[in-house]
Design a protein around this ligand. Structure first.
Ligand code: SF4
Ligand code: F3S
Ligand code: FES
Length: 247
């Protein structure tokens, strides 16, 4: 079964652009990316869209569909009524290069700023990882780096001026993963709070809501990280220890 779907797609570059209306065939079982590809094949050969796997695993096809951050390849057309206009726009937080393609280099810059895993003097074979620790980091490792969480977080979505001091949920989660790793010897609480803006997160949980991998970013990474920072700041023994230089 197929029908003629109504689509409104943002077209333009970093200078200017507008929403353009199209009518395009939609077939049973298709996802939004299929329809965007049909648009390219039949009406707009120069429409720019970034994609790669078409399986929800590469994180390339992030966009906003009817204003909601989503993956184009994982959003089924059956989600919408046949007479509904489906509006597809580029992710809003990052600068547009052309049409649906944005410049997400902000995220790669932040990734480079996070100090890597540091196992200290532990020699290979000396440390045995417990299953509970494996499972904890396994959840965070499901991340496909679609950056929908960083796109939706109001701290930078509505306040560009926060970008230098906020790594976004994706990379605060990376810091939390390393902080919780039993074999990592670095104390990551200071950099999370002071360099990467953990304190700017006010737990709105929008990041968790949009994550296509259903990672509980807020509950399992950001809140535990905040608790660790608070523990360091307000625990009188930790405070005394820091004054004496022993913690
Ligand atoms: Fe995407 Fe989820 Fe990873 Fe954020 S945490 S980049 S939303 S997969
Ligand atoms: Fe932003 Fe997620 Fe915190 S959306 S405010 S990082 S809970
Ligand atoms: Fe790879 Fe959509 S094309 S996640």
């Amino acid at each position: 079964m197929s029908y003629l779907g109504r689509f409104r797609v943002w077209r333009g570059d970093s200078g200017e652009g507008s929403l353009q209306d199209f009518e395009v065939e939609v077939n049973e079982g298709e996802v939004v990316l299929d329809v965007i590809h049909r648009l390219q094949a039949t009406q707009t050969p120069d429409l720019a869209v970034r994609w790669n796997c078409k399986a929800g695993k590469c994180g390339s096809c992030s966009a906003e569909i009817n204003g909601k951050p989503r993956l184009l390849c994982m959003t089924r057309m059956s989600t919408f009524a046949e007479d509904e206009t489906v509006t597809v726009t580029p992710v809003r937080t990052f600068p547009v290069i052309r049409d649906l393609v944005t410049d997400v280099s902000f995220n790669y810059e932040k990734a480079r700023q996070i100090p890597a895993f540091d196992g200290g003097d532990t020699a290979p074979g000396d440390f045995r990882m417990q299953q509970i620790d494996v499972e904890r980091s396994q959840e965070f490792r499901k991340c496909i780096e679609c950056f929908l969480c960083n796109n939706v977080c109001h701290v930078i979505r509505d306040h560009e001026e926060n970008e230098p001091k906020f790594a976004g949920p994706r990379f605060l989660m990376r810091i939390a993963e390393l902080e919780m790793h039993p074999a990592d010897v670095q104390d990551r609480r200071e950099i999370a709070q002071n360099d990467h803006g953990l304190g700017l997160c006010n737990i709105t949980k929008c990041c968790t809501e949009v994550c296509p991998e259903h990672i509980k970013i807020t509950d399992n990474a950001l809140i535990p990280m905040k608790e660790r920072v608070v523990g360091k700041k307000y625990d009188p023994l930790v405070w005394l220890g820091s004054k004496l230089g022993i913690v």
